[in-house]
Each structure stands twice: as structure tokens, then as C-alpha cells.
Design a protein. Structure first.
Lengths: 136, 136
DNA sequence: CTACAGTCTGTAGCCGCTACAGACTCAAGC
DNA sequence: GCTTGAGTCTGTAGCGGCTACAGACTGTAG
């Protein structure tokens, strides 16, 4: 209703999204080309809503392609619920894998650091363990 | 001792490192320019060792710059132990932060997915929660 | 002699931004 | 009216860490 018509700086302030990023999203078609007043982009509340949606999805780690899909689902019929859920579930699996990978790293790093702290050796155990096969 | 002198394909096989990546590492100065037999690169066992070191450090999530530093420490005096430990500890903090971030995502995703599964609403709760402020 | 695997160089692409340079517009203050 | 300054514009290049070509060459086996 409130078709305010504000500029990119204001949009940036409202959404916490970098101006350069907004223009980037426009370039790759994630945001529509806005109307112009002279040569300046003018946005409406709906644009802020769309961008906020994007930002929130990004904070959950969705890729831009996934965000695109989510936006399409959000614009579509109510039947898209299952699709959205599937998308989110697939993404959650991905996140879980990344967590598992990082945890493995964290454990190994911890072991190396502890060995290093306890080390009275001439050679640094941390560096030696990088030199040696990972089994060692 | 065994200065075998093998080609890039063999180095790739020994280390599990992609040929393109090996050349990339050479270009950015992470690996030295190897000797050539004709126009073909020839490697020694020491090169395989260095590359394996790099690979192991990468598997632990160290950036290439950190790997560079670790390589320098590995080549240096035994006194570099504390430095290596500091590097690894800083990196571990980083890894932990990334884990925490991902866990936050995972939890929120889970909440959204559950809401969506339980939803008898017309609107998809998952999509609605992206539309609404993150507090909601 | 030919086929084929391997290697070579150089360049461009991926993702998701971020950071400029250099031009312009627009409103306020003097 | 004129200047200053903040905001905006376009276009391009860079980050990290690879990966993927194209198109040329080499080296070996059949």
C-alpha cells in the first residue's frame, strides 16, 4: 500500500544489505530491475520484502540458486509447501555434512595441538604429523 | 635418496592431488618450479612429500596462506614449534566458529521443517518464516 | 606410420560477493 | 549563482581455491 519509492541507500539501511550486493542481485536477476527516477533506482516496500527474504534465506546458508527456487515457491501456489520442505531438508543434510567435516578437522587439530604442547621432542609433533601419513 | 624423477601424472597418483591443482600450486609459488625433461616437469620424492604435506594441511582446513606459513616453519628451526601451535590454535578457533554458525543454521532449519511438516495452514510455514522477521 | 595417452600453455569459469575508478546528480549553504 | 559534499551511477577487476577447457606438442606401442 505504502508505495514510498525510496533509493538504494535506504533499501540498504532497511535490509542491512550492502549496496553493491543489491546491485549484484539485480544483475544476476535475483531482484527485478527497479523503476528509475532519472538515473536513480527507486524501490517500493515490496522490494524491501523480497530482499529481506533473500537475506534470511542466505543466513540459513541457502545458495543463491536455492534462494531463487524458494522465491519462486513463495510466489507460487500453496501446494509448493512440500517442495519447499524438500529443498530445506536437502540443504539441512548438506549443512550436517559440513558440520561433520569441520568437527573431524577440529578433533584432529586438537590432537595435534595437544601433542605439540606435551612435546619435549626436538621436532615439532604438529609439523611432523603433517609430514607423516594421516594414519600416524 | 631415491631421486626417481617422475612426471606430473605420477605425482598426482601418489598424492591424490589433481594435475591441474599441482600446476596451480606451482603457479602461485606453493610448489617450486620443478626441473624439466624436455618440456615435461620432472619431480623427485621430496616434491611428493611437500605436496602431501600441503594436502594434509588443506584437509585440516588451513588456507593456502596458512599452509605457506606452515611450510616455512617446517623448513625452519625446531624453535618454530610454538609458532606452529599458535597458527593451529587460531585456525581451530576459526573452525569452531564455523561449526557454531552451521549449528545455528541447522537448528533453525530444523524448526522450520518441523513447522512445515506439522502445518495444516494454507500458507507454508517455512516460506512464511522467511517472509517474516527472523524473530517470528 | 599412425594412433593414443600424456603433457604443455593459456585463458576463462565457478560462487558470492567486494572494491574500486571515474562520472553524474541533487540538495543545502554561502 | 556557485561550491561543496553525500549519494548514486556504470563498468571492471579482484578475492580464494580450484576446475575446465582449447589447441598444441611429445613419446611410446603396435
Amino acid at each position: 500500500m505504502t508505495a514510498s519509492g525510496f533509493q538504494i541507500g535506504e533499501l540498504s539501511r532497511r535490509t542491512g544489505c550492502n549496496i553493491e550486493t543489491i546491485r549484484f542481485y539485480e544483475r544476476i536477476g535475483l531482484l527485478p530491475h527497479p523503476a528509475r527516477r532519472g538515473r536513480y533506482r527507486t524501490y517500493e516496500d515490496a522490494d524491501a520484502g523480497r530482499l529481506a527474504f533473500i537475506r534470511r534465506a542466505r543466513e540459513l546458508g541457502f545458495t543463491l540458486d536455492e534462494v531463487r527456487a524458494l522465491l519462486a515457491l513463495a510466489a507460487g501456489s500453496a501446494a509448493s509447501c512440500a517442495e519447499a520442505r524438500a529443498l530445506a531438508a536437502a540443504h539441512r543434510l548438506d549443512v550436517r555434512e559440513r558440520i561433520a567435516d569441520l568437527k573431524r578437522m577440529e578433533r584432529t587439530l586438537g590432537a595435534h595441538i595437544r601433542a605439540c604442547e606435551a612435546g619435549d621432542n626436538a621436532a615439532c609433533p604438529l609439523i611432523e604429523s603433517l609430514r607423516a601419513p594421516p594414519g600416524a
